[in-house]
Design a protein around this ligand. Structure first.
Ligand code: BGC
Length: 747
């Protein structure tokens, strides 16, 4: 055999073996599925109707994350086999105690499932999800979810109510902080990465169930007011709000949470169209649906159910398998069955879905699998986990402005004044949904700077004002501190309870007198660097015109101060890109990059075009925006062909050069616009991106493959098709500054 054919033979053998292993794995998985179904059957055969309904009932510990809905002793439900899951029971010991009651005292010994909101870390707190998305780094995002899963599982909990995959185009809505921003494509990648990180194979005791929430369109709340109605077209639902959920389901998300709000008149937790048709039928979702806190009971407040009985019937019929906290199922379903008003098989089906997950997690084999105090001691808040949090926090930071290279800080500065209510505020680094994170352990900007600045630089701190102060009594001291320094770092932004659930704001400016403080400090004439701490886009036009530099520091978690200091002193060259547009003024909201073409597109100085008379249409900082300490130049786009055949592909490429003097990373973004279609199309849609690292002076070719599949959209009849015709493509460093080219999809 000659050399070539030897290699050929080896390659075929490797291929053959990998086909075999794949086939083996597939058949193992099928066998395991079958085994689980048999075991579910065997338990179901023993269950009374009431016990089946009991599995659909989820109750909370006394640590409430919503309004009090029951006065009864929840453990009595557990004893009677009338509770399948508990939320907010956390800790190896506490979960063991509750599990012992379920396993030893209930008739069928069915273990409980413990759920908890692990939104951005359990004890090691990571950047909030919006911030993590700014890294555009799916490996890091997956890693952060994985570490959260390891810590959560070591504390007895089987299930996180995350990821929140709601798209939001409205920064007034405080929960924008919990999601991945405004774009369905980026949001879908993040949703899948986080599901993978939480669940892995769901086959060992570090894996936890994920829950993609809140199904669906919760982020489209009218006026950005939390829990408010949503009213969007079916097209917008399919194009913008559903994709991240579909991505989560495709990644294997075990559970989905139905939302609070009504969608086009039908409450999401009683919505057969979204839950039964789209999720369970069209997408073939095999996990279970849990309601949001009390959202089945709230069908009465919505005015679509006259009483708890109707609410229970509506919730179950629509496809909500487990009811969180409002107890209408456990109180009403048995009677509804007796009266023939609800089909028994709906209850069996829901119960099956829940039991299946308990079997998958191995809880019937070992109900205490996750309750291990040793693991709890050893796996939580480890130095490695903190290091990972630091790593992703660094990558989440977005440099918004850097006039005259004021950053990184000059090593020869004699003194820096650190001013502002967010400069030394530990709790604010952790944010809302802190899990079991300890505020005390968080590193503030003040602490981070102290350990990062050269010895010859003096750091002096003055608070200047409280986060939402109405008076200026601390201004004088701050102004004096600024005057005595070579440079000022102003730490401004929102407090931890200003983003997250039920934190809608009507005004996206800095809270309280912070802007006045900034004005007073900038008036001293000292160079000013602004560091923002916030969970949503803010309206910061004035700062943008007057501060020397602006760093978007979001809410970065346990290691916030170290990550920020790394960027300020130049240990790290910032590479984050905004996952959401920042408005010029609040009144521009909703402002987003992928708006539709209008009949009167904007042209400067024209009268009869779509515009405001008092502010621009465009965002202050567009989606995908973020600077670096170096600069990148883009060549024109090269297309391998200007015609794309129906089964073919073409390649678009650009040469990106690091034209500055230090190494850096850029996110090369690829957008598309369908120039003529049956329906109005977004002016740009993100379809792909590549995060690249370039040494100073280096050039890399960045390549995107375009296939007809990516050009599909919902036509006038809601068919998802790619239509022949012209398409514009854009490649650039953000959604605004792009190179363009045109190709056509052939018939
Ligand atoms: C929130 C959910 C959360 C649930 C349980 C609700 O108020 O909307 O996102 O998972 O509480 O804590």
């Amino acid at each position: 055999m000659n050399h070539k054919s030897k290699i050929g033979a080896i390659l075929s053998l490797i291929l053959f073996c990998s086909v075999l292993t794949k086939a083996e794995n597939n058949s193992k998985a099928t066998l395991e599925k079958k085994r689980i179904e048999q075991r579910v059957d065997s338990v179901m055969r023993l269950m009374t109707l009431e016990e089946k309904i009991g599995q659909l009932n989820q109750l909370s510990s006394s640590e409430k994350t919503g309004p009090e809905l029951s006065k009864s002793n929840n453990m009595d439900y557990v004893r009677k086999g009338l509770c399948g899951s508990m939320l907010n029971v956390v800790g190896a010991e506490m979960t063991r105690k509750a599990q012992e009651i379920a396993v030893n005292e209930s008739r069928l010994h069915i273990p409980l499932l413990f759920g908890y909101d692990v939104i951005h870390g359990f004890k090691t707190i990571f950047p909030v999800p919006l911030a993590e998305t700014a890294s555009w780094d799916m490996n890091l995002i997956e890693k952060s979810a994985r570490i959260a899963a390891i810590e959560t599982s070591a504390s007895g909990v089987h299930w996180t109510f995350a990821p929140m995959v709601d798209i939001s185009r409205d920064a007034r809505w405080g929960r924008i902080m919990e999601g991945a921003g405004e774009d369905p494509y980026l949001g879908s990648l993040v949703a899948a990465a986080r599901v993978r990180g939480f669940q892995e194979q769901l086959n060992n005791n570090t894996d936890i169930l994920a829950c993609a929430k809140h199904f669906v369109a919760y982020g489209a709340a009218i006026g950005g007011r939390d829990y408010n109605s949503t009213d969007i077209s079916e097209r917008t639902l399919y194009e913008t709000y559903l994709p991240p959920f579909k991505a989560a389901v495709d990644a294997g998300a075990a559970t989905i949470m139905s939302a609070f709000q009504d969608l086009n008149g039908i409450p999401a937790s009683g919505n057969e169209f979204t839950l039964r048709k789209i999720l369970k039928h069209d997408w073939n979702f095999k996990g279970f649906v849990v309601s949001d806190w009390g959202s089945v009971g709230e069908l009465i407040n919505h005015g679509v159910a006259k009483d708890r009985k109707e609410a229970a019937k509506m919730g179950l019929n629509s496809g909500v398998d487990m009811e969180m906290c409002s107890l209408t199922y456990v109180d009403e379903l048995a009677q509804l069955i007796r009266e023939g008003l609800v089909k028994k098989e709906l209850i069996s089906n829901a119960c099956r879905r829940i039991l299946r997950m308990k079997f998958k997690l191995g809880l019937f084999d070992d109900p205490y699998k996750y309750c291990d105090t040793e693991r709890e001691k050893n796996l939580i808040f480890t130095p490695q986990n903190r290091q990972a949090s630091l790593e992703i926090a660094r990558k989440s930071i977005v440099l918004l402005k850097n006039e005259n290279h004021i950053l990184p800080l000059d090593k020869n500065l004699k003194s820096i004044a650190l001013i502002g209510p967010l400069a030394d505020a530990k709790p604010e680094m952790i944010g809302q949904w802190p899990g079991k994170g300890e505020e005390d352990k968080a590193v503030t900007l003040f602490a981070g700077l102290k350990s990062h600045l050269p010895e010859n630089t003096k750091l002096v701190y003055a608070k200047g004002c409280q986060i939402d102060d109405e008076n200026e009594s601390l201004f004088d001291e701050a102004i004096q501190t600024a005057k005595n320094a070579d440079l000022v770092i102003l730490a401004l932004g929102e407090g931890k309870m200003m983003s997250g659930e039920n934190t809608s704001r009507s005004n996206l400016e800095l809270p309280g007198v912070q802007l006045d403080l900034a004005k007073a400090i900038i008036k001293t004439g000292k160079p000013v660097v602004v560091i923002l701490t916030n969970g949503r886009p803010l309206a910061i036009s004035w700062l943008n015109s007057h501060a020397g530099a602006i760093v978007e520091g979001w809410i970065l978690g346990t290691e916030a101060g170290n990550a920020l200091a790394d960027v300020l002193v130049g240990n790290i060259n910032p590479s984050g890109k905004l996952p959401v547009s920042f408005p010029v003024v609040t009144g521009q909201v909703p402002v987003y990059y992928n708006y539709k073409s209008t009949g009167r597109p904007y042209v400067p100085n024209e009268q009869w075009v779509t515009k405001y008379i008092d502010c621009p249409n465009d965002a202050l900082f567009p989606f995908g925006f973020g600077l670096s300490y170096t600069s990148f130049t883009y060549s024109d786009i090269k297309l391998s062909d200007s015609k794309l055949q129906p089964n073919g592909e073409i390649i678009a490429s650009v040469d990106v050069t690091n034209s500055g003097s230090i190494d850096g990373e850029d996110v090369v973004q690829f957008y598309i616009h369908d120039m003529v279609a049956q329906t109005t199309r977004p002016v740009k849609e993100l379809k792909d991106f590549k995060k690249i690292r370039l040494s100073a002076g280096e050039t890399k070719q960045v390549v995107f493959t375009i296939k007809p599949d990516e050009l599909r959209y919902y036509d006038a009849n809601m068919n998802f098709i790619a239509e022949p015709g012209d398409f514009k493509i854009f490649i650039g460093t953000n959604s605004r500054d792009c190179k363009e080219a045109i190709f056509s999809l052939e018939k």
